[in-house]
Design a binder for this molecule. Structure first.
Ligand code: SF4
Length: 458
């Protein structure tokens, strides 16, 4: 502790202690949504494959049970019986109904998971850096200036989103997890990489960790010889799922002191806050949490994927961005649902995604137009869909890279043949060129980290 005075205003709300609901509560909760026995069994079958967890705040304060199971917040956290292929659900439902041994159910669930592309964007294959000739697991160095850390104790969330792109972190499959608690090796690595200016602590949700544990990851980054680290980002959905974390939890004040220490060290402390629906912003607890984080010097940037049946209309996004801006947050990203898990169930075609983005963007003031998207976080980088245009008589998608493994291609426009059904980068074909600017064979990618390339960047 630095003994810094706590500059933040005290809480004006009262909160309850965190209480999680897991698979063992699922049947009772889905009965509350009006599902019959067969539907509840199918939901349980989905929950053997994909993770399920919610909490009392989400259940009692965010879900509109009169509208369940169609309520968007219900759909945000509760598995849907048709999220996975029918044959898979029928098989696992049969095993559950017949009282099959746990090992048999787990084996069936494992087989389904293997078909769900558990680690999209080549995470396990391409992005693990090396230090002293050994891999640094639980760390990703995908773009030269940014390093991601997955703290071991931060690999859960206050609730799980049904569409989660990191679902593989939360299931009982050790081979699918990325996590570290080796802060010494991480800081040694960062010392050797002056081109890194930003560290993103991510998960799961790092804000699931107590202040004492979070401090173990944040404090070493404030060392004087890591001056090149200009910003510490924390990816979190706690403002939506458990705003008490910053207001009434026992270590809320200490957490805000930690944030103050980051800003006192001359670095930016940014929460990358995931909000999926405007209802998550309505609680006075969220307003209190935002006010306290900002008073501690933190910046809050907001982001979420565009998800069919949860937030797939322009008014929902425009309303979110306006409210966020009014509360002092900065709209940052609209993402495209990633190519993993139940993507086919939640995806919105790219052409429609761009229409929704444009209609929302056109209806908000310039202060909200800090937002970018719709953006695909894909293997080569973040690919933004700029629109559908006609060029030389051909209807095409206009795209650009917001972020790329190869900095030379950032911000350069390129084109893809129009396909009204395309939902992901891999569905697109280049237009007016034989290949996309990022089309490099995987074997060539490590070349980006060659010493001469890094030297030219720092
Ligand atoms: S908060 Fe993020 S990591 Fe956690 S379940 Fe939702 S999408 Fe996944």
């Amino acid at each position: 502790m630095t003994g810094l005075p706590l500059l933040v205003p005290g809480p004006s709300s009262t909160g309850r202690r965190f209480r999680a609901y897991t698979v063992k509560h699922l049947d009772k909760l889905t009965a509350r949504a009006g599902l019959d026995a067969d539907e509840r069994l199918a939901v349980r079958a989905v929950a053997t494959v994909l993770p399920f967890r919610t909490n009392e705040y989400v259940v009692e304060s965010l879900i509109d049970w009169d509208a369940a199971p169609d309520d968007p917040i219900y759909r945000l956290v509760f598995p849907q019986s048709d999220m996975l292929p029918e044959a898979d659900i029928r098989q696992i439902s049969g095993l559950l109904a017949g009282g099959a041994p746990d090992t048999e159910v787990r084996a069936a669930a494992h087989a389904v998971r293997e078909r769900l592309n558990p680690h999209p964007a080549g995470q396990l294959a391409f992005n693990i850096p090396e230090f002293a000739d050994e891999p640094l697991p639980g760390v990703q160095h995908k773009y030269p200036e940014t390093v991601l850390i997955f703290p071991k104790q931060g690999q859960t969330c206050h609730a799980y989103c049904t569409y989660c792109f990191r679902w593989a972190q939360f299931v009982d499959e050790p081979d699918l997890k990325m996590a570290t608690d080796d802060t010494a090796r991480i800081t040694d690595y960062l010392r050797q990489h002056p081109e890194v200016t930003s560290v993103l602590i991510t998960g799961g949700d790092p804000m699931i960790m107590s202040e004492a544990v979070l401090r173990r990851y944040v404090e070493p980054l404030l060392a004087p010889d890591l001056e090149h680290i200009e910003s510490i980002r924390i990816g979190t959905k706690s403002l939506g799922y458990w705003p008490q974390r910053f207001v009434t939890d026992p270590d809320a004040d200490e957490t805000l002191r930690l944030f103050e220490e980051v800003t006192e060290a001359g670095k930016s402390l940014a929460l990358m806050a995931h909000f999926s629906h405007p209802r998550e912003l309505e609680s006075s607890l969220v307003a209190d949490a935002v006010r306290r984080i900002r008073s501690a010097g933190g910046v809050i940037r907001t982001q979420a994927p565009l998800i069919r049946s949860i937030n797939d209309d322009a008014a929902t996004w425009a309303g979110m961005w306006r409210t966020q801006m009014r509360m002092g947050m900065v709209p940052y990203y609209m993402f495209v649902e990633r190519d993993t898990g139940p993507q086919g169930y939640f995806a919105v075609p790219l052409a429609r995604a761009h229409e929704i983005f444009r209609d929302a963007y056109a209806s908000v003031s310039g202060l909200c137009r800090t937002v970018r998207g719709p953006s695909m976080s894909a293997t080569p980088g973040k690919v933004c869909v700029d629109g559908v245009v006609e060029v030389a008589g051909e209807k095409v998608f206009a795209l650009h890279m917001i972020q790329a493994r190869d900095p030379a291609i950032v911000g350069r426009p390129f084109f893809a043949r129009y396909d009204p059904n395309a939902i992901w980068l891999s569905d697109l074909e280049p237009a007016f060129a034989s290949r996309f600017p990022f089309d490099t064979s995987p074997e060539e990618l490590p070349g980006l980290w060659a010493p001469e390339v890094l030297a030219s960047l720092s």
